[in-house]
Design a binder for this molecule. Structure first.
Ligand code: UDP
Ligand code: MN
Length: 237
């Protein structure tokens, strides 16, 4: 029997939210045995997000996981309160399956789901459109991960993107945690699992294929309307 994949998506309200989640829903609707956990960055679960979840007809969990008030601008750690809430929900409610962190704006090849479904501990694979190199990926030799290719020089044991790994839920230790430190969320999370290099399972043909992309959507800017209300009111329609 197929293992369940728990697809964890942090999200927050903005003009692009509904289109992003609509597109992601339409990807996930093609995947068997998938449970979509949407963690909403708000004190209340949004009606619009719930509607997308319901219309997808997928099994889902909708969590309210407001971010700490201090994170407003600049390079703050995005989606951390959300992922933490999802991890604690999984710990309380799920015994087996595979956890994957999939942001609302990423693009996923359906092949990725077949690849991650049999993750024993932690699997890893390349992510396209990352940083200065255009890709972030483990480096594989003789079927083993021996290093990483990633353009951000921050000091990390596992320099990978959030979309570049999957975790077997049995391997989710009680110590599992994600810090509010921008750029270090993935690394610290993997370290908190007690992950060893030799435990990493390289996927996507020994990390030679890109099956997920860190796509980003241009932010919608409201056009400034220069309309003379008085003249409009005088017009006969
Ligand atoms: N996110 C969130 N709250 C925020 C900002 C972002 O929940 O205040 C979510 C967002 O919807 C996405 C993830 O966190 O699923 C990563 O954010 P974003 O895509 O903005 O970051 P980037 O990929 O550009 O680093
Ligand atoms: Mn993003």
């Amino acid at each position: 029997e197929l293992k369940m994949i728990y697809y964890v998506t942090p999200t927050y309200p903005r003009p692009e939210q509904v289109p992003e989640l609509t597109r992601l829903a339409h990807t996930l609707m093609h995947v068997p045995q998938i449970h979509w956990i949407i963690a909403d960055d708000q004190p209340l679960c949004s009606e619009q997000v719930l509607n997308i979840l319901k219309r997808s007809r997928l099994p889902f969990t909708h969590l309210s996981s407001p971010k700490p008030y201090l994170y407003k601008g600049g390079n703050f750690p995005r989606g951390v309160a959300n992922r933490r809430a999802a991890v604690s929900w999984l710990r309380d409610n799920v015994q087996d399956g595979v956890l994957y962190f999939g942001d609302d704006d990423n693009t996923v090849d359906l092949q990725l789901f077949d690849e991650i479904r049999n993750t024993k501990k932690v699997s890893m694979f390349p992510v396209g459109l990352i940083g200065g190199f255009g890709v972030s990926t483990p480096i594989v030799n003789n079927g083993k991960v021996i290093g990483f290719f990633d353009s951000w020089p921050g000091s990390r044991k596992f320099p990978v993107d959030m979309a570049g790994f999957a975790v077997n839920i049995e391997f989710l230790k009680p110590s599992a945690n994600m810090p509010y430190i921008a750029g270090h969320e993935e690394d610290r999370f993997l370290v908190s699992l007690g992950l060893k290099m030799e435990d990493i399972e390289p996927l996507a043909e020994n990390c030679s294929k890109i099956l997920v992309w860190h796509t980003r959507t241009v932010k919608y800017k409201k056009p400034t309307l220069k309309v003379n209300i008085d003249k409009l009111d005088n017009k006969k329609y």
